[in-house]
Design a protein around this ligand. Sequence first.
Ligand code: SAH
Ligand code: SF4
Length: 366
Amino acid sequence: MINLLDFNQAQLAEYFVGLGEKPFRAKQLMRWMHHFGVNDFEQMTDIAKSLREKLAATTTIAPPNVQLEQISNDGTRKWLVGAGTGNGVETVFIPEDDRGTLCISSQVGCALECTFCSTGRQGFNRNLSVSEIIGQLWLANHSLRQDPDYGMLPMSERIISNVVMMGMGEPLTNYDNVVTAMQIMLDDSAYGLSRRRVTLSTSGVVPAMDRLKEDCPVALAVSLHAPNDALRDVIVPINKKYPLKELMAACQRYLVKAPRDFVTFEYVMLDGVNDSFDHAKELINLVKDVPCKFNLIPFNPFPNSGYDTSRPDDIRRFRDVLMQAGHIVTTRKTRGDDIDAACGQLAGQVQDKTKRTTRPIVLERS
Ligand code: SAH
Ligand code: SF4
């Protein structure tokens, strides 16, 4: 059966035309499904009964199922979302005073093997479909609206004001599905988020970055984590394919059409690995031609990671060096500690199809 959550508005219009219906029905349906969160055709009262019956017979509006919901002491919530036999991905909601951010997964596992990432250590199973990606936003909205804390808010008020594609997986290696899902996030009939409130984080898949700026130019975050190729080759292995010179050039190209935008460079702080004074200096030189901000992420530990979180003094020193060079730097607070909801801790349930054995990590510490 066709799942209507797999379509963006243009694809839905095409589907309706195929049924002999008017294309504007797509707009109505997007509003019902995504804006009002309705998945029962019966409730869609401005759509003719005959069409509702036809849709109910041949299609469905089926978000993925929630296997587990956890709520942290600090209000962070995590859902384990089913993705077929034995598989699941994680979605995280982070409430803050001025915003509510949803962190969405794009794949079951990840094939890119960054050494400090729990998802990467688990291997790769498969790409999520559009309905499984946008379905995470659908589900989170649905679940939050049931909650007494949020349920009072009028539909016109967004509980989720920002989306970050920073959950499990590398979004740019599931390009078509991720772009379609983000188009639905930006669609005024659906979630109506501005493109600056949707952030895609990539470890640096250069050709896909060039496509993204044409197809769906959302805010870009790049997982840098090292200031030179020798170190980045080890901790973010896709660097061997797309080294830093190419990555920096791609960042510059991404910003050409949007001169007021910037790239957010994410930098995980690994004790004794990438957090020295010299690394900070080298980093400043590396990014000198890219309008950017920095987000320092204290490493979030997981069992047998082989890494330690940088000492607070080292993080402060690193931050100060960047700030003295005129950069805007934020240091990410770890949220949802008690439910393992932080960056890089998302494990879900991954049946590894890549048949990867647990790899030992060999690192030269500086
Ligand atoms: N695959 C994408 C998006 C998902 S990861 C990417 O790599 O950008 C989101 C962010 O968390 C990335 O910057 C990633 O490098 C970082 N991260 C991964 N593991 C981490 C860990 N254990 N502690 C802190 N940050 C981590
Ligand atoms: Fe994949 Fe991102 Fe983890 Fe690297 S950091 S393994 S790209 S999810």
